[in-house]
Design a protein. Structure first.
Length: 412
C-alpha cells in the first residue's frame, strides 16, 4: 500500500484547489472575514463597556482598595462607630510609599435624616478629605454648583437624586440628624455647595458628602471607618492588595478590592459574558453554514479527481486529509483577513466614538469605544478557523467513503 501523502503535497493540492474557483473561494473568505471582524468589534465593544463600568465605580465611589477594621465590610455599615480607625499618619505614610499607590484618604460613613424645614429624607453620609477625593472622583459630574473644598467647614455636596427629592440647590441650608458613635443624637446645619451625578442612580439618590471634619463633628469622633487607596492603574489592584495584606498582617485590618466592594460589577460581567458567548455560537454557526455549502459543491465537483487518487493507490484517509487541509487553509486566510478588517474598523470607530444612552440604573450618557485585547482578537480568529475546519469535516468524510467506480463516473 502506498504511504500517506506528505503534508507539503497536501498543502500544495489544497492551495491549488482554493485558487481554482475564485468566485466560490472569495465568497467563503468574505463570510469568514465578516464573521471574525464582527466578533472582534462586538468583543471590543463589550470589553470597553466592562472597562468603563469598572473605572466609573472606582473613580466615583470605592477607589481601587479600601482598608478597614476586620468585620467592617460585613457588619460595620450598620454600626460604623464600632469599627473606627485612628488617625495614624505614620501608618498612612508607610502605605503611601508602596509601589503604585498614588493617594490615601480617610472616610467616615453614617446614616442620617436630612431636613429642609418642610420634610425629612433618609441619606447615607460620607465624610471625605475634599482635595484628595477630587483626584479620585474623576467620574463624578457636577450638575450644579462646585465641588467641596477644605474651606467649606459646613458645606455639603449632595447627589442629584437627593437634591431633586428635597428641592435643594447650591446655597440651600439643611439640617442633618444622626446618631453619634455613642448612640446619642446630634444635629448639624450645612449649606449645599453643589450637586453631583455618578454612574449609579441609586448612589445619587441617597448620598450626601461632607468634609471629614464636619462629619466627625456630627458623629462626635476623630476616627474614620476606611482608608481609601487610589492606585496609578487599575491592573495593579491585585498585586498591591496582596502587598497591603502582608504589610498589615496582625493589625486587625482587612483589605478589600474595588471589584469585591462592587458586586454589581461581577453580575454585569457575567451577563455580558453569557451574551457574548451566545454571539460567538451564532457566528460559528453562520460561518459554518456559509462555508459548508461552498465546500460541499467544490468537493462534489472534484469527485472524479478524488476517485482517480484512490485508483492510483491513495487511501481514503489521504482524500479526507486533502479536503480538511483545504478547509483549514481557507479558514486561516479568511480569519486573518477578518482580523485585519476588524482591527482597522475598531481603530476607525474608536477615533469617532459611539454615543451611548444612559445604561440601566444610571442617568449619565457616555461614549463607548472598541477596546481590543489579545483574548478578543485570538478568540475571534480561532472561531473563524475552527468553524471552517468543522464545516469541511462532513464533506471530507462523505467523499472519502465514495466508491472508486462511482467517483470515476463523475469525471467530466
Amino acid at each position: 500500500m502506498r504511504a500517506s501523502l506528505p503534508f507539503r503535497v497536501l498543502l500544495g493540492l489544497a492551495a491549488r484547489n482554493v485558487g481554482r474557483n475564485k468566485a466560490r473561494s472569495a465568497l467563503s473568505l468574505a463570510a469568514i472575514a465578516c464573521g471574525v471582524a464582527g466578533l472582534i468589534l462586538s468583543g471590543g465593544f463589550v470589553n470597553d463597556l466592562i472597562f468603563q463600568l469598572g473605572e466609573a465605580l472606582i473613580h466615583s465611589q470605592s477607589g481601587h482598595l479600601q482598608i478597614a477594621r476586620s468585620g467592617y465590610f460585613e457588619a460595620g455599615t450598620r454600626s460604623p462607630g464600632k469599627y473606627l480607625l485612628s488617625a495614624d499618619a505614620a501608618e498612612r505614610s508607610q502605605i503611601g510609599r508602596l509601589p503604585h499607590v498614588r493617594e490615601i484618604m480617610r472616610r467616615v460613613s453614617f446614616s442620617a435624616l436630612l431636613n429642609n424645614g418642610r420634610s425629612s429624607y433618609p441619606v447615607v453620609g460620607e465624610g471625605i478629605e475634599a482635595e484628595k477625593e477630587a483626584k479620585l472622583g474623576t467620574y463624578l459630574v457636577l450638575v450644579e454648583g462646585r465641588a467641596l473644598a477644605s474651606r467649606d467647614r459646613y458645606g455639603a455636596l449632595v447627589g442629584a437624586g437627593v437634591a431633586r427629592a428635597m428641592n435643594l440647590k447650591p446655597g440651600s441650608v439643611v439640617s442633618l440628624v444622626a446618631p453619634t458613635v455613642d448612640e446619642a443624637m446630634n444635629t448639624l446645619d450645612v449649606e449645599v455647595v453643589g450637586t453631583f451625578q455618578s454612574f449609579s442612580k441609586d448612589y445619587d439618590d441617597r448620598v450626601i458628602k461632607l468634609p471629614l471634619g464636619t462629619a466627625q463633628e456630627l458623629l462626635d469622633t476623630k476616627g474614620a471607618n476606611v482608608l481609601v487607596v487610589l492606585l496609578d492603574q487599575t491592573r495593579n489592584t491585585a498585586s498591591v492588595a496582596k502587598t497591603l495584606s502582608d504589610h498589615l498582617q496582625g493589625l486587625d485590618l482587612e483589605v478589600k478590592t474595588w471589584d469585591w466592594l462592587n458586586d454589581f460589577y461581577w453580575k454585569t460581567v457575567a451577563l455580558y459574558d453569557r451574551q457574548f458567548g451566545v454571539l460567538r455560537l451564532i457566528v460559528l454557526l453562520m460561518v459554518m453554514l456559509a462555508v459548508v455549502g461552498a465546500i460541499n459543491v467544490g468537493v462534489l465537483e472534484r469527485a472524479g479527481e478524488f476517485g482517480t487518487m484512490r485508483a492510483l493507490g491513495n487511501t481514503s484517509w489521504d482524500v479526507m486529509r486533502v479536503v480538511i487541509v483545504e478547509g483549514t487553509l481557507l479558514g486561516m486566510i479568511g480569519a486573518l483577513l477578518g482580523v485585519a478588517l476588524g482591527i482597522a474598523l475598531a481603530l476607525l470607530i474608536s477615533k469617532i466614538g459611539i454615543p451611548m444612552p444612559p445604561p440601566p440604573n444610571s442617568n449619565l450618557e457616555f461614549t463607548a469605544f472598541i477596546r481590543l485585547g489579545p483574548s478578543v482578537v485570538v478568540g475571534a480568529f480561532l472561531v473563524g478557523l475552527f468553524a471552517t475546519v468543522f464545516a469541511s469535516v462532513a464533506p471530507a468524510i462523505r467523499v472519502s467513503r465514495l466508491a472508486i467506480v462511482e467517483a470515476l463516473r463523475r469525471i467530466a
